[in-house]
Design a protein around this ligand. Sequence first.
Ligand SMILES: [Zn+2]
Length: 169
Amino acid sequence: MTREWEGCEAPRPRSLASPKIELRTTGLGRGVFATEAIAAGELLIAVAHVFVAEAGQYTIQLDDDRHQAGTGEIDDFLNHACEPNAALDAERLCFVAVRPLASGDEVTFNYLTSEWDMAAAFECRCGAERCFGTIRGYRHLSREQQDSLAAAITPFLRRKRASGLPSAA
Ligand SMILES: [Zn+2]
């Protein structure tokens, strides 16, 4: 385990953010941006250990009735993209870079890899060739779309996905 993960294991009332990212306001609203180059695999944000039972605009789903709460910190402003450069490590409750980022790149996360049924749907304009369009949660995707995300989804969504498969009996 590398040193940067040490803070990730301890209970934390506040989020911890890499010094290589910052919150910025653009013409499209607020977002999280790299302030220097970031390698794939680097820790970006360790989210606060604060949980709520109901989904909201800034929550991250961990189980049917367990969501990481919006705490007003930087992770609340991670915008969605269908081909993101960051992913959630749901066991450590950390966001990690999955591709190298250049200084100035927006840090993005695919909400469909953690959310089953979102509190508020929105129309994605990420521009990816395989954009999912309306983002409403994993449950609303076609089987083909669900399959395309199978390697990226959280343990909670893997359980939901497994329970939704037709019985072999
Ligand atoms: Zn998209």
